[in-house]
Ligand binder design. Sequence first.
Ligand code: GLY
Ligand code: MN
Ligand code: MN
Length: 432
Amino acid sequence: MSATLYQHQREHIASLQRAYHECMAAHQLDSLAIYSGHARNHFADDHATSFQSYGHFIHWVGMSDIQHSWLVIQPNQRPQLYLYAPADFWHLPVQLPEEPWVAEFDIHLCSNKITPPLTGHAAIIGDVAALESAPQLAKSATLQPETLIRELDELRMVKTAYEIACLREANRLAIAGHQAANAAFIGASSELDIQLAYLGASRQRESEVPYQNIIGLNEHAGVLHYQRYDLMPPKHRYSLLVDAGRRFRGYCADITRTYAGPDAPSEFGDLVTAMHGLKDSLIAHIAPGVDFIALHEQMHQGLAEILISHGLYDGSAESAVETGVTRAFCPHGLGHSLGIQVHDVAGLRQPDGTLSPAPKSHPALRLTRTLQPGMVVTIEPGLYFIPMLLAPLRNKALPINWSLIDALTVCGGIRVEDNILVTDSGAQNLTQ
Ligand code: GLY
Ligand code: MN
Ligand code: MN
């Protein structure tokens, strides 16, 4: 661990101590217990689903796979971590990392699943509904106090220097995966082999990825959350879309790249280049005070201009946006907040916690905030040929070049996605 990262982590923990204590004082709380969560078994089985610890637990502990454990925060005391560590010859015991937070906490290794010791006015947050002891816990503490959770969510919106360093490192590791995925595509690999190349180069197993990698060849690039991996390579190679990440100490990278294959119409490669240009021009507009909804609308304006300049639409940019043409080519939002969760908390709230839902015309947008320094967001414009979304436009008298769209449909679509830090004066791209 570098000296800087070491120091940043100590400062991160100190800033959490301050912020939690302030928040607890406002709620007149003497203790706050954060439950790590635990994996559930498949129905009628003894195998569990994949798992990630509760975000507010990871915020302190930085490990995303801790289960059946509790963190207790009390004003003017060291954090108390009750770490589930049973004597178990079936599994490897939990191993704590050599990181400064370990020295800042009192760590109690628990051979049994415990209920946390709480004093005074107490609250508990996390997935406690999954615990048999939930009714018992409710007698001594407030479970899931909503206002408090909103305030803790808000703390995660603006990242500390330590969190930014972790997100940068997650990006660095993910980029190695993307390079290997591209090389596998050039080598005519199948979706499964591209996925394996990605996992190998980014040094992670599939159960550790922050979200299921999307590895789509040809038309599969147009399935927004494509969830399978074909075992055999296709006969023709038109395109590849890879949306894949990596965690580092709990913090997520979320990166997408699209490549034109040797069998693609030449217009597809030009469109991929244009989409990179659109992404970069949107990133150039990022700065404190920028309204993310306005930036999302700017993406639609840019998409309209690309449709026109590449011969897909023969009208004005304004009409392409107004008639919903650009929305049929890109049904998702421009991006979202990124952190311990890939779609991180508090994106659809104002800083004071009040709801700030996506506009009706853009229901899939996951971030409606005004940007401020320390936020980390994704910028991920897309342009897809999704028959289900384009079909309703065919009956309308719109100046759309259907023959070109039909030729491009085998390529599925394009998405390019980078992770961006909002700085005091503008933005920094963590993905480069
Ligand atoms: N990978 C999920 C997303 O880009 O939002
Ligand atoms: Mn993504
Ligand atoms: Mn994303």
